[in-house]
Design a protein around this ligand. Sequence first.
Ligand code: ADP
Ligand code: MG
Ligand code: MG
Length: 892
Amino acid sequence: MTKWVYRFGDGAAEGHAEMKDLLGGKGAGLAEMSNLGLPVPPGFTITTEVCTYYYARGKSYPAELRKQVGEALAEIEHSCGARFGDPENPLLVSVRSGARVSMPGMMDTVLNLGLNDRVVEGLARQSGDERFAYDSYRRFIQMYGQVVLGIENHFEELLENHKLDKGVSLDTDLSADDWRTLVAGFKDLVAQELGRPFPEEPQEQLWGAIGAVFGSWMNPRAVTYRRLHDIPADWGTAVNVQAMVFGNMGADCATGVAFTRNPSTGADEFYGEYLVNAQGEDVVAGIRTPQHLTIAGKEANKSALPAMEEVMPRVFDELCQVRRVLEDHYRDMQDIEFTVQRGKLWMLQTRSGKRTAQAALKIAVSLVEEDVITREEAIRRIEPASLDQLLHPTLDPKAKTVVLVRGLPASPGAASGEIVFTAEEAESRASRGEAVILVRIETSPEDIHGMHAAKGILTTRGGMTSHAAVVARGMGRPCVAGAGDLRVDYAARTIAARNTVLSAGETITINGSTGEVMVGAVPTIQPGLSRDFATLMEWADAIREMKVRANAETAVDARMARRFGAEGIGLSRTEHMFFQADRIDAMRRVIMAEDETGRRAGLAELLPMQRKDFAEIFRIMKGFPVTIRLLDPPLHEFLPKTEAEFGEMARLTGKDVSATRQRALALHEVNPMLGHRGCRLGITYPEIYEMQAAAIFEAAVLVTKETGEAVEPEIMVPLIATKKEFDILKAIIDRVGSEVMERAGVTLPYLVGTMIELPRAALRAGEIAETAEFFSFGTNDLTQTVFGLSRDDAARFAGAYQRLGIFEHDPFVTLDIAGVGELVRIAAERGRTTRPGLKLGICGEHGGDPASIGFCQAVGLDYVSCSPYRVPIARLAAAQAVLAGEGGDASV
Ligand code: ADP
Ligand code: MG
Ligand code: MG
């Protein structure tokens, strides 16, 4: 018989932490905490397999489920000494969803289930607190009404109206009679909306809630979230049913959430919020301002409200012990939920805490230093792509700013953008390439797509653990939360603070590291990199086998690349140097020349400029290899496009306008990714490559003499299809090289190699390697030629292709292993068979993509080359690729 139900509580459990797939994250955490002997209210988990069964069998349950649930419930009753549905001595439960990974969009939890008109009286009698009993009841009707019965939330309106009538502002000011009245009102509302009365029968309530959890697995919010996060639909969710503990029974009761370390900075400090006499999600819902757990936290946030450390010192101590037990056990920062009932602490959840990239680094490095985890584990734990958050510009502290308002620093980083008020607006404007800041009173799971699209998020309600804060940190979006002094008027589409009013479309800047909201766009600067960053990179460098180079052609980029740890340049695109204002005219004279003599005259003008460019890069990269690619794009790219420009160009080149236009027409390429470009230009106009080769060798000689350190140029011929093409051009380059070196009286090491970016070249790599001294895989063009698809084409419909499952991912982002990767593998093998030790690298954008880097390691490339900003990501990913290989779980 299949076991569908797993029990936990009372210092033991049938499941454990490793059973997330079956029990979901929440269920596994509750089981593990029970096993650790922590105080967990008893309960049971209905497995994710029931969810899978439910959808596979027309939304029905396995036959044995009812019996297993009944038995498990009886055991909770036994352990609590109370009975479900018994008015004399009632047991209440919560019904909580829990997938393998925490997933907004799933059904919200229903608390206090098992109450009805008779049971509530029993609860009042038994607890001696009528107010508590009716507060619990109205909460139950409200939650059950919304999440199980799908009734729009008019409950809050009834509550607000009642408070207005009574002239009170806080829920805690309402009396038992008030709640009794409200309960009646809530039940009327349900009956009206539903056309039948609120279900009084506890068993019906229970199965209704269980069905709602499974039902919510397929609701649109959950489906969207899974799509954004690559979560398979067949994972399913588990359901947890657990005895209630009450944080709303009076002043010696509380509910709270905490992180075992600071989730923003990673500092080893206990960080959390709580509310006295409250229940469930009151802390994160923004109904009352939450209080800090620690005195330090209270002071740091300039809160006037007392800390738990002061109010409930004994429980606080116990919580601190739990914090240690959980961190020692999980060896990672935990995000926990707890409730205090009449001075007794109960643990309700633990999971690995979401954190910023900065915090992730600090925590990983600290845990190694505390001897809790190994360096390898630390390296494995950091998501390479998340480093992006640290490398990006931060606000210039010297910039003059107008601070509109201050909120909580909920997710670090800075962002400027135009104000939008809805997730839809954020998404549609972002899709047009506009930068927007999503401004909400508070966010809910429906807003996730808009939060994703926005550059930053600003809310006026909620604390550091509010929905906005948690989700923004997970996404790496800057967020300022709880900016209470800001008034948001959705109808007027304005925000206002002090005497300033801003409308939708106006620009603001938020600083998620300080909580400041500023008027207008604030200039940014490069961030300083932390000691933890340097430490982790050092560990990664010690493990990785591939070198990491950068694609860079300007001095600024080359310097940035060095700063980020690049070990040379894998691709320097020479044509970019021709586009600069002072050079394009000379280039145009070359293009317009009647004959070789004319072209040589123009090229002679360009030579010193190219020499200077190369010399500068060689200086910055001294001691490291620099791969320079000879001219690649079709010539028409250097020609003007408008009539006015044609006139100007005619004047500059001494030709008439019609001749200029005609030449442009002749050179026009229908499909510029193919055609007369790359080495074909070198074959038809050898003097261009001659000039470039001369500039490279002269610069190398210059810098070698200057610095005394040999510069090692790697001259790269683009777009080779045949060996013959390469041989003709290599002969020219070698000849120019020996001429320059002879004149200078020095010998320099250099290599002449080729980019492998056409399928034919990949297949003929064996013979090309007879003369080519290195290969660099140009996987951008290789992807274009393999798919017959340009990158712009792909951008237009790659999304649709991914949704239909035709593309697993965008092949221009993550290397298509089956096609492009196969050609890379073939070329690498054939090349190295001919020339053992042939130097192999990748210079397409895939060189900075962590998944593709794993493939590069598996194929045995010597280096990857990527944009300077991605160099640290590549260093980390290259180390992870080695570890994955050692663990035998290489994904290729
Ligand atoms: P989420 O997945 O949104 O975190 P939870 O299932 O953790 O939802 O529950 C929401 C809130 O209800 C949390 O604050 C949690 O601590 C509280 N809660 C859940 N079960 C119980 C219970 N048995 N007794 C008291 N509070 C509970
Ligand atoms: Mg929730
Ligand atoms: Mg929770």
